[in-house]
Every structure is written in C-alpha cells, then in structure tokens.
Design a protein around this ligand. Structure first.
Ligand SMILES: Cc1ncc(COP(=O)(O)O)c(C=O)c1O
Length: 463
C-alpha cells in the first residue's frame, strides 16, 4: 500500500520563519505615501505595533519564532502532508499529488499561522484591542481565536456578502469572544460614506480594511491596532511554516522536490506560505513551476497592471507596488470571499514580475466541480477558495497523464468548507453561473489608479 500521510513531530516544527525579501534577485519597490515618497516606519505607528513594523521592513533571511508563539502553534502544527492517492487513481494520472492540510487548525484554515504571532507581538507592545477585516470569515475567526488565547479584545468588520452567506462564521468569532459586524457599517466614516452612495453594496475587502483601520487609529487611548490577514510582508513571513514543514515531509515521502507548487491566492498569504521556501530553491537553480491561482471574477494577477495602488478603498494604507484591479473594485459576490481582494501581495507580485511564479485564473463552476470530485475521492469538503488550487492541481495531473510524465504536484489545502455549505448547495442545485470580468468593467475599475505613481517592472531576466 502507498503511504498516505507524512507526519512530523512537534520538535520538527520550524524555529524560524523564512523571509524571501532577503533572496529576491531584484529589490522590492518601497511602499509610498500620498506625496510619492517612500514611507518611513514611524508613519505606520498608529496602525501597527513597532515590533511588527520592524518585521515588515526586515531583510533578514531567517527570523526567530518566539517560544510562546510556537507553543500555541503546537495546538495543531505540524500539519499533515497527505498524498491524494484516491484522486490520483480516479484520474489515472502518473503524477503524485500531495497536499499540505492547513484545514486542521482550530479556525479551519492557514490563517491562525499569522493571527497568533500578530496577536502576540501586539500584546508584547502593550496593545489591548485588535481590529481587522474579514472576507470569507476565516481570518476573522483566526484573529478572534488568537486574541482570545492572548487576552486581547477583538473587533471584526466582515464583508457584507460573506456576513449574509456565512452566518456561522460570525457565531464562531463570538464563541471566541470577538465582536463581528457587517461592512460597510454605520460605525465608521468610511462605512457611512459608502452606504450613502451604495446602500445595497455587497461590500469588499477594500472597504472593510478602511473601516478596521479607521476604528484602530481613532482610539484616543492609543491601545488599539489594526491587523491584516494577508498581503503584507510580515503576514506572508508567518505563513512560511507551511512550506518549511512541507519540504521536510516531501523528503519523508521519498521525493527530492516538487515539480509543481500550487496555492489559491486572494491577497497571497497561503500561496506564499507554501511556495516561498520552494521559490528560494528555484532562485538557487531548482526547476519548479509555481502557480498562484485566482478567481476569474477578481483577476488582478492575470489581467491587472503591476503598479502602485492603495490597499483599501478609502486610501488609508500606503501605496503598494502590486498587481491590482484598482482600489475601488467590487468583485461579484462569489462564495470564495477570500479571493475577492483587488490587489496581490507586493512580494508575490514581485515574484510574478521576475517570472518565479506564473498566475492562473479559474471560474467558480470549474472550481466547484473540482471540489465535488475532491470530496467524492479524498473525502474532505474544501473551502471555496481552496477549490481553485484543487482545480489547478487536477488540470496539471491530467496534463501529466497526457504527457506520460511522473510529475510531483504539491498544493496547499488552505481550509475546510464546513461553514461554506451554502455555496455547495447553490452549485449542486444549478444556481451558480460562470462569471468573468468584462473588458469594459476592467477598464472602468482601473480609472482610479490612472493618476497614481507607476511602479517599475524590474526583473533580472533569469526566469
Ligand atoms: C481558506 C482560505 N484560503 C485562501 C484564502 C485567501 O487568502 P490568502 O490569499 O491570503 O491565502 C482565504 C481568505 O480568506 C481563505 O479563507
């Protein structure tokens, strides 16, 4: 019998995070203020604690994981690496498909990997309350869980459409003692402004981020800070435990390296977490294909320009050099709420510019089809976001079959879908349709970035 699961001991859990910024062949373009000058760390101080700002700017290759953070991560880490033998047999592919199962965390996804250190660093800095946004509700649940363990207050602005589609995510946040409200809300200026113009808007991550930042910076006691579940360098850094563990586990499985690494990508954190340690190998000469997968309804990597844009709708964040659809873009209300973000992490964007990662986009119908095949072969019910990675893995396994090649495919199983059954129900009853962004919609949404500074596409030309 083929081995199914490759497990590590607690002691094998990484003791350091991997910072790809130290290894990228071309330098990152700095975040900028509205005046077009690079921002200084102190400008971020009302939003983030100093210790996380330091991490955000760090160019150190390895950063120690604090002992107390490792102790909490141990609740569910190391996560299993599992070989999708039953899917392989169904597809009759010579490919070997492995997935890193991040759905085993208390919140059901990879998000607690960063929620725990973010809450910990905030606490060290003397912060008492955290605010955040959440799309699908996975990040909100994760930060609620982490805040609770570390004794911090927590308030989550949840994108309206997900708030309505996934009511149990709100309950889960409340179970961990957090407050969760639908965004746009009447509690902030940003929310009220949007509601005045668009009372029936489904909301977006960009709007929810504006609300959460406003709530943090307007606390006069100075004891509230904002946390972000993706996009920023320090969030991607925290997620690298995924890829670092996966590397050891592939060795246990007798594999020298993966040929293909895949992750779904909303803001880029689970994709980066799995792929960055392998992209490091690619930088050092290994041949590995790396695919971040987005939704065709929110195609920033495959159809958006690489340029400076704000991370949020109300322009409260610095300007970031990234692939973007424009900060006011409101994607259709797909069930993969975590993929409804207008931009892509600057580190992932730079990997794409370099040719170290090659983005793909999948439509929701193809993804639900893949999710059902997955559930009916491997057994588990994946999050709608995760189904994008599965759809791509299936395509690659079929391609390997056509080519008669024994490829090793590794993908990130970023979360379970047990609180996302409405989407499955709609798919199975034929109520979902294929959705694409039209050229007209794309051009219109890019209007807002026309007058912002342009980012340079600097690449070494090696890939
Ligand atoms: C299960 C799951 N996968 C993927 C994502 C996308 O986020 P990221 O690109 O930061 O991994 C989310 C976001 O909410 C999610 O909940």
């Amino acid at each position: 019998m083929k081995s199914k699961k490759f497990l590590l001991n607690e002691d094998d859990m990484p003791k350091q995070w991997y910072n790809i910024a130290a290894d990228l062949p071309t330098p990152m373009q700095p975040p900028m203020g509205p005046d077009g000058n690079p921002i200084k760390p102190e400008m971020l101080a009302p939003v983030f604690p100093g210790n996380l700002i330091e991490q955000e700017m760090s160019r150190e290759r390895w950063i120690d994981i604090p002992e107390e953070v490792r102790d909490i991560l141990r609740i569910w880490r190391p996560t299993p690496l599992i070989r999708a033998t039953r899917l392989e047999e169904h597809l009759k592919t010579p490919a070997r498909i492995y997935y890193k199962d991040e759905s085993v965390s208390p919140a059901g996804s990879h998000k607690p990997n960063s929620a725990v250190p973010q809450a910990w660093y905030n606490k060290q800095f003397g912060i008492k309350k955290l605010t955040t946004e959440t799309g699908a509700g996975q990040w909100g649940s994760a930060i609620a869980f982490a805040s609770n363990l570390l004794g911090l207050e927590c308030k989550v602005f949840m994108v309206r459409v997900s708030f309505d589609q996934k009511p149990f995510r709100k309950t889960l946040m409340q179970v961990w003692g957090a407050k969760c409200i639908a965004s746009p809300s009447k509690e902030t200026n940003a929310g009220r402004e949007i509601l005045k113009k668009m009372p029936d808007t489904p909301g977006s991550l960009g709007i929810a981020i504006s609300e959460a930042i406003e709530e943090a910076v307007s606390d006069k006691t100075g004891k509230t800070r904002y946390t972000l579940g993706s996009v920023l360098n320090h969030v991607l850094l925290h997620q690298t435990v995924i890829g670092l563990e996966a590397k050891k586990q592939l060795t246990l499985a007798g594999e020298k390296k993966p040929d293909i690494v895949i992750g779904c990508a909303g803001g880029g954190s689970n994709f980066a977490g799995l792929s960055f340690p392998f992209i490091s190998d690619k930088i050092h000469g290994e041949k590995i294909e790396v695919y971040p997968v987005e939704s065709t309804t929110c195609p920033k990597m495959t159809r958006g320009p690489f340029t400076y844009d704000f991370g949020d709708t109300a322009q409260m964040t610095p300007l970031l050099a990234m692939y973007t659809l424009g900060h006011t873009f409101i994607p259709p209300p797909i069930h993969a709420g975590g993929l409804r973000y207008h931009g892509m992490a600057p580190l992932v964007s730079q990997c794409i510019v370099e040719g170290l990662a090659s983005p793909r986009a999948y439509d929701q119908l193809k993804c639900y089809e893949a999710a059902l095949l997955w559930a009916r072969t491997e057994g588990s019910v994946c999050a709608p976001e995760t189904s994008h990675a599965i759809a791509c893995a299936i395509d690659e396994a079929n391609k390997a079959k056509q080519e008669g090649k024994e490829k090793v495919i590794l993908f990130n199983y970023s979360g379970h879908g047990l609180l996302d059954l409405t989407g499955y129900e709609k798919y199975m009853s034929g109520h979902l349709k294929e959705l694409h962004l039209s050229e007209g919609e794309l051009c219109e949404s890019l209007e807002v970035i026309k007058n912002l500074p342009k980012a340079k596409k600097v690449k070494s030309g090696k890939w």
